[in-house]
Write a protein that binds this ligand. Structure first.
Ligand code: BES
Ligand code: ZN
Length: 391
């Protein structure tokens, strides 16, 4: 079929009100979406770049006929104002972990051995000390709590990640906490007992976020398809998570003229990186809608092929609806990562989490790339699930 005949056929189908299934996921359009989202810099909640991103999404969705609403919400967060660690005369670069209190503490360094799991803290004398411990195994917040219970004044988590990676406690830590690079951390392990000054300087601020909600019909949705569109400070957030955002946006376009979309709300969550604020507020404020959901599908980090497969985690029943073979997409499993599906799962909604693995640029200034081909593959798998779930 030549192009003009194809276009005419598509036009006739549209005129007849038939679903425009002839239209495929457009790589060019998704590339343009990615560019638009990345052009303004990191989409930190409350920043002009994020407000512009929300407007862009709303406009694109309205263009294809969706009704778009913003759901505003506020919360308080801390921002790093430059923190540092001094041991003797040496100064080490550290970065505060989001959720840490701002405080200057002073005391001898104490080292937690091994991987720094709960058992490794047992029997340690940490009173009035600054704790050095490896990150990983158990949540950093749990390590901070264990240290605080033993009287520690502060905690330094030694990470394997590059020093420009941003971390969060995902809650409030009772004592100031920072991360330090592996090489500097290795030096600290040899300095147990030395006097240290840990100065964590943060600013507490009120921020406003906005979820962008697109719907077709007046009815409550049976399914929510979502992705967070915010990113961490200093990171353009291409894979985390312009990738999921653009895949959901293009899927919404694909389904715009399909009756299926009457039963779906497409939600672009804000405030995810500061602690799942957007999805938590949505769940809190819409108990009736949440009760009626057959599923919530969340796309987070789907634009870089880390594992070679599209990871799908969550409810087994929903997972069984994914027909990856028919779409020639290699699918695997996803770890129980923390993202916007979690508040829905906690409210009893069956969820699926689409995730292609943690790429090396995660939460770094180098997170600048997402592959539209992978976004299209992900979108098609999600579309297939929706078709089976809602028929
Ligand atoms: N995109 C990640 C989600 C993620 C990260 C899933 C790693 C699986 C593995 C998300 O934006 C994120 O960074 N989440 C934070 C927690 C959140 C509550 C701030 C995380 O997982 O550390
Ligand atoms: Zn993310």
């Amino acid at each position: 079929m030549n192009t003009s005949l194809f276009l005419r056929t598509a036009g006739v189908l549209v005129a007849l009100g038939l679903p425009t299934l002839v239209q495929a996921f457009s790589l060019e359009r998704m590339q343009a979406d990615l560019q638009a989202l990345l052009s303004q810099g990191p989409r930190v909640t409350g920043f002009p770049a994020t407000i512009a991103a929300g407007e862009y999404l709303a406009n694109e969705l309205r263009k294809v006929g969706y009704t778009v609403e913003f759901q505003p919400f506020t919360y308080s967060r801390t921002r790093d104002q430059g923190s540092n660690l001094q041991v003797g005369t040496a100064t080490f670069p550290v970065s505060s972990i989001a959720g840490s209190p701002g405080r200057r503490v002073e005391g001898p360094l104490a080292v937690v051995p091994g991987a720094g799991l709960a058992a490794d803290f047992a029997g340690l004398e940490l009173q009035n000390r600054i704790v050095v411990v490896r990150r990983g195994g158990i949540p950093g917040l749990e390590k901070a709590q264990l240290a605080a219970q033993r009287g520690a004044l502060g905690i330094i988590l030694v990470t394997e990640e590059p020093s420009d990676t941003r971390f969060t406690f995902g809650g409030s830590s009772p004592i100031p906490g920072v991360t330090i690079s592996r090489s500097d951390g290795d030096a600290l392990f040899g300095l147990a007992g030395s006097r240290a000054v840990l100065d964590v300087r943060i600013l507490r601020e009120e921020v406003q976020g906005r979820n962008v909600i697109a719907k077709r019909g007046p009815e409550n949705p049976r399914v929510i398809v979502g992705a967070h569109y915010d990113s961490v400070p200093g990171s353009p957030g291409a894979n985390d998570n312009a990738s999921g955002t653009v895949a959901v946006l293009e899927l919404a376009r694909q389904l715009a003229n399909n009756p299926l979309s009457q039963q779906i709300w497409f939600i672009f969550f804000d405030g995810e990186e500061d602690g799942l604020w957007g999805s938590r507020r949505f769940v809190e404020q819409n108990p009736e809608i949440v009760r009626g959901l057959k599923g919530m599908l969340n796309l987070d980090m789907v634009g870089v092929n880390v594992t070679g497969a599209l990871g799908i985690g969550g409810s087994g029943e929903l997972r069984a609806l994914a027909d990856c073979d028919a779409l020639q997409v290699l699918c695997g499993s996803a770890p129980g990562g923390s993202s916007d599906h979690v508040p829905f799962a906690q409210a009893g909604v069956p969820v699926l989490f689409f995730f292609r693995g943690l790429d090396p640029n995660y939460h770094r200034p180098t997170d600048t790339f997402a592959d539209p081909v992978l976004l299209a593959q992900t979108g098609r798998v999600v579309q297939g699930i929706l078709q089976r779930l809602l028929r």
